[in-house]
Design a protein around this ligand. Structure first.
Ligand code: ATP
Ligand code: LTN
Length: 335
């Protein structure tokens, strides 16, 4: 990827907290590949974010390598994008410190993900969990990213990153690009199959609540068959039909059919037929990802080559940003 060009820059990250879900895929990663030609794309497996909740070290290492292979299997081409592991580029943590001095305690206290995660992990409400959005801002601002493709749940964090950039620019003179969120129109919030009022999440305790992108066809169909819906047996998108609305959105994204087309396709048919069709569409769509993943994950040397080169390319960009930031805030040049 050329480092200086007229193209706009994209940054996004995903945590190595387990196999990606259909929510991560539809809300985020699926949209990353098609951006690669039009933009300078930088994608990261954000392991430093993952340790804000307790992780078993051996498992984190394994999950990180798996997440990197999944990223490539989902169509991120390490030759056209920069794809790297966050902890391999120390500049993120360094910039995060500087930015934390332009972030207010009050604004971090308002983050809904912090409130939710402090409830889930009441025995470990650590400072990292609280300052997590500052590290996320550093991830983005270190590359002066213009656009950040994310699911709807990350909108508040992106808003904060914009505020931090604005405040820094005000204090020290215009420097950071104020990033824009890039949230898909359909599928920005895929819901749990067991509780359609909750978002589908990797860390859900109930394995039937989410589809993992490496689930096999039978498992995917079984999970959709068990999906919680309603009792009126009509496939149409309407307020109060959260379960069906979620399945219709998933089916629409997978097949490209509109909600009206889906309603006519299933008129007079029951939920059983519909759920089976959704399951099949999802399983067929994910099949190539699963095949590619099983090839990639065996090739540890290739993966290492890719993430090493990715970290070098990422570091080349962020070192420049960081030295300019150090000057702006008044640190003495080291050399
Ligand atoms: P965890 O359960 O460990 O908190 P997560 O499943 O929420 O993780 P992240 O790694 O935090 O996943 O998110 C990666 C990307 O996937 C983000 O852009 C996020 O907005 C998006 N995303 C996560 N869950 C969903 C969902 N249910 N629907 C749409 N997008 C989602
Ligand atoms: N906070 C995000 C993951 C994340 C991210 C980022 C997304 C970390 N750094 C930078 C976009 C840009 C999450 O929990 N989903």
């Amino acid at each position: 990827m050329p480092e200086t060009s007229e193209k706009k820059t994209i940054f996004s990250g995903i945590q190595p907290t387990g196999v990606f879900t259909l929510g991560n895929y539809i809300g985020a990663i699926r949209n990353w590949g098609p951006l690669q030609d039009e933009y300078n794309c930088i994608y990261s497996i954000v392991d430093m974010h993952a340790i804000t909740v307790r992780q078993e070290p051996a498992k984190l290492r394994q999950n990180t390598l798996q997440a990197y292979a999944l990223l490539l299997a989902c169509g991120i081409d390490p030759k056209r994008s920069i794809a790297f592991i966050q902890s391999h580029n120390p500049n993120h943590a360094e910039l995060s410190w500087i930015l934390s001095c332009s972030t207010q305690f009050g604004e971090l206290s308002r983050m809904t993900q912090f409130k939710a995660k402090s409830q889930q992990h009441a025995d470990d409400i650590n400072a990292g969990l609280f300052t997590y959005p500052v590290l996320m801002a550093a991830d983005i601002l270190a590359y002066n990213a213009d656009l950040v493709p994310i699911g709807a749940d990350q909108k508040q964090h992106l808003e904060l990153a914009r505020n931090i950039a604005g405040r820094f620019n005000q204090k020290y003179g215009d420097f950071f690009t104020v990033p824009e969120p890039f949230i898909p129109k359909a599928g920005a919030r895929v819901m749990s199959l067991q509780d359609p009022a909750k978002k589908m999440s990797k860390s859900d305790e109930n394995p039937n609540a989410c589809i993992f992108i490496l689930d096999d066809k039978d498992t995917i169909i079984r999970k959709f068959k068990r999906a919680v819906t309603d009792s009126d047996a009509e496939v149409c998108y309407r307020e109060g039909k959260d379960g069906i609305n979620n399945l219709m959105t998933i089916y629409s994204v997978m097949t490209g059919k509109s909600l009206d087309e889906i309603t006519s396709e299933f008129s007079g048919k029951g939920y059983g037929d519909f759920k089976l069709a959704v399951g099949e569409a999802v399983a067929d769509h994910l099949e190539p990802v699963r095949t590619e993943f099983s090839k990639l994950v065996k090739d540890k040397d290739y993966l290492k080559e890719c993430y090493t080169a990715g970290a070098e390319a990422a570091g080349r960009i962020t070192r420049k940003t960081l030295s300019k930031v150090y000057r702006k805030v008044g640190f003495v040049d080291a050399r």
